[in-house]
Design a protein around this ligand. Structure first.
Ligand code: G
Ligand code: MN
Length: 648
């Protein structure tokens, strides 16, 4: 953590700006020096060009004039040649003093003044020369002497510009400039090397940063994806914090972050130094569990499950934190791709959380179950879309009789039977639970309503039967939409409301009592009754009995078991019936399987009985045949309501 903050300081905005400014200054300085050097070089070059051309011309032209003047002086010269040479030299001075190209020559040292002086002296020669050419000798020897001096000065000017101090000074300043430039280049190179190193360090830092979670400092998903492989003997465990989004919505980002930290700490405490904890998202971790004998994997996972089940305090409130785990155990056979094992761990986690388990370990059985579930799901979709499919659902009816008379059939409970082409019979609870999980609960309920109406309407229209139809409601049905569904799918096709009894369980009523009672009341208004199913198997049964406005209590068969052998058990069942009576609820005793139990139940008075002793669940045709049997009695049509026998 400390080295991280040092690194963070190293890559702060100020450091970056400072470093780049230094490099910027160095670069501009060397660019400036380069320009200076160019200028210096160009100056020296033009100076040299001047010396080697214009001044060379000046020297030779002056010498040519001197030659002609000497001949003239000896009386053999040709006047035309003298005049020509004089004019040429005259033009040369004029050119050097006025032309643009000669500017560098003039600007060098005091060339301009020296040239001007020489030009004036040449002009002064014009008069004596004109006179000499006309044959007049006066003042000629003075003029020649002046010319010799002048010629000498001209040669000196040429010489001064050729070699000597001037040129070497020029050269040494070029050298010095080159030297400065070389030093600056080295400095710039060093600075660039520093920047390069800095950038390399920065990149390494960024790479490390990108593989670390900023909240927990744990390796993150980038790290996970960068893994080339995972030893097949290592167990891959995925872990998800439960209801994380709820924490986020209740306590905000800060609260959620502190929960993530708490989880990371709990997990870390459970793991050894050889295990690896990776955080793949705010609420998900991956654990690479060091090689372990397969039989110990489950206990390790169990430890992780219990370690991550804790009361997390935030502000004044307490959150019951927990996590779900999915495990890919050590690979025993041929080592496959670790990514596939990671996926399997993930699938186990999803399955565990869907089935409300705290963990699942991937294996043949789990994979088969997931596959089966997919097949059932596909079958359900076909069924609800009225397409041909591999899953068949049908209804069976289990008659409910009066304890006073086993032949008095007061109604029947509609039960679901499921069969799959390749999977065979499937427990209806599994199908119901699967429908709930896949969001098909309401569709299943509607399918069931339609089917019940199609099969049983003839009982109520043709036979004028008044017995009950008890229908199990799955949780998704239990909403205000139920009223419309019941009206449209059951009442409109011709099932009398008074015949309908909706069974709800404690599990699916584990919502707001108020909301459920609203639904119950609305259906009560139509004349439909309700039963609390599987009474006694849940956790808060009595509260449900008190709170829910149900008409019947279906006492679970676990209370019937053994009543024929144990008087206390019988008394206990009797007291439940008494309690139901007190609450104005009719009791339906489930699971009466034999004669002795039947006799016991009969002694409880006015109760209904549903069990194998009276009837097993049967097809609709068998149920119809039973009702039509001479020995069977039904509740009388005119006494359907208020009759103690059939209180619906
Ligand atoms: O929980 P609910 O009452 O909806 O479910 C009734 C289930 O109990 C049906 O699946 C039915 O087959 C079963 N069942 C009905 N009567 C008996 C019985 O006497 N003994 C046993 N073991 N099961 C029964
Ligand atoms: Mn039931």
């Amino acid at each position: 953590m400390n080295s991280q903050s040092v690194l963070a300081g190293l890559f702060s905005r100020i450091t970056v700006v400072l470093l780049f400014s230094v490099v910027g200054v160095l670069l501009s300085a060397s660019f400036y020096t380069y320009l200076q050097d160019r200028k210096l070089q160009s100056v020296s070059l033009s100076a040299l060009r001047m010396a080697s051309w214009n001044l060379v011309r000046l020297g030779s032209e002056a010498s040519a004039l001197d030659r002609e003047l000497s001949l003239l002086d000896r009386g053999v010269g040709e006047p035309a040649q003298v005049t020509l040479r004089y004019d040429v030299l005259w033009s040369r001075y004029d050119y050097l003093l006025t032309s643009k190209e000669s500017a560098p020559t003039r600007e060098h040292d005091n060339n301009a003044a020296r040239l001007q002086d020489l030009f004036t002296r040449l002009q002064a020669l014009e008069d004596p020369l004109t006179r000499r050419l006309a044959g007049d000798q006066t003042g000629w020897s003075d003029a020649m002497a002046a010319w010799h001096r002048q010629w000498q000065d001209a040669i000196q000017l040429v010489t001064d510009n050729f070699v000597g101090d001037e040129t070497s000074r020029l050269m040494s300043s070029v050298e010095a400039s080159r030297d400065r430039l070389a030093k600056l280049r080295i400095l710039t190179l060093i600075a660039l090397a520093v920047v390069f190193g800095y950038l390399a360090l920065g990149m390494a830092f960024l790479r490390k940063q990108s593989k670390t979670d900023p909240v927990t400092g744990l390796p993150n998903s980038h790290y996970l994806h960068s893994l080339g492989g995972v030893d097949p003997r290592i167990s891959i465990i995925t872990c998800a914090i439960q209801k994380y989004t709820l924490v986020l919505s209740e306590y905000g980002q800060e609260g959620a972050t502190s929960l993530t930290r708490a989880f990371a700490r709990k997990l870390q405490r459970e793991l050894s130094a050889d295990d690896q904890l990776i955080q793949v998202s705010a609420s998900e971790f991956v654990i690479l569990l060091a090689p372990l004998a397969p039989e110990f994997v489950e206990s390790s996972v169990y430890q992780l499950v219990s370690a991550t089940r804790f009361d997390w305090r935030i502000g004044d409130s307490v959150w019951h934190a927990s996590a779900v785990f999915g495990v890919a155990p050590p690979c025993t056979g041929k080592a496959g791709d670790w990514q596939i094992r990671y996926q399997q761990a993930h699938r186990a986690l999803v399955q565990a959380s869907e089935e409300n388990q705290s963990y699942f370990i991937d294996g043949e059985a789990l994979r088969r179950r997931i596959l089966e579930e997919r097949q059932i799901h596909a079958g359900l979709l076909n069924l609800f879309n009225e397409e041909p499919g591999a899953l068949m659902l049908r209804l069976v009816y289990q008659p409910i009789v009066s304890a006073a008379d086993v032949n008095l059939v007061t109604g029947a409970e509609v039960l679901l039977r499921c069969e799959h082409e390749s999977l065979g019979f499937i427990p209806p609870n599994r199908v119901v639970e699967l429908c709930e999980r896949y969001g098909l609960g309401e569709q299943l309920g509607c399918w069931l309503f339609r089917r019940v109406a199609a099969e049983t309407r003839q009982l109520y229209s043709g036979l004028r039967y008044t017995g009950n139809l008890s229908i199990n409601l799955n949780p998704a049905m239990l909403s205000m939409k139920l009223i419309g569904n019941v009206e449209r799918l059951l009442l409109e096709p011709g099932i009398p409301a008074a015949a309908l009894c909706m069974e709800i369980t404690e599990d699916n009523a584990a919502l707001e009592f108020g909301n459920i009672n609203d639904v119950i009341e609305a259906l009560h208004g139509l004349g439909i009754t309700f039963a609390l199913d599987d009474f006694g198997t849940g956790h808060s049964s009595l509260e449900y009995v008190r709170e829910l406005k149900v008409d019947r209590l279906k006492i679970d068969r676990c209370f019937v078991e053994g009543i024929e052998l144990d008087a206390n058990k019988a008394k206990f069942l009797a007291s439940i019936v008494a309690m139901a009576n007190q609450a104005f609820m009719k009791s339906v005793i489930e699971g009466v399987e034999n004669e002795l139990q039947w006799q016991q139940v009969q002694s409880f008075g006015d109760v209904l009985v549903q069990g194998y002793y009276a009837h097993k669940p049967m097809s609709f045709n068998d149920y119809l045949a039973l009702l039509l049997d001479a020995g069977t009695r039904w509740p009388a049509p005119d006494s359907a309501r208020g009759n103690a026998e059939v209180r619906v």
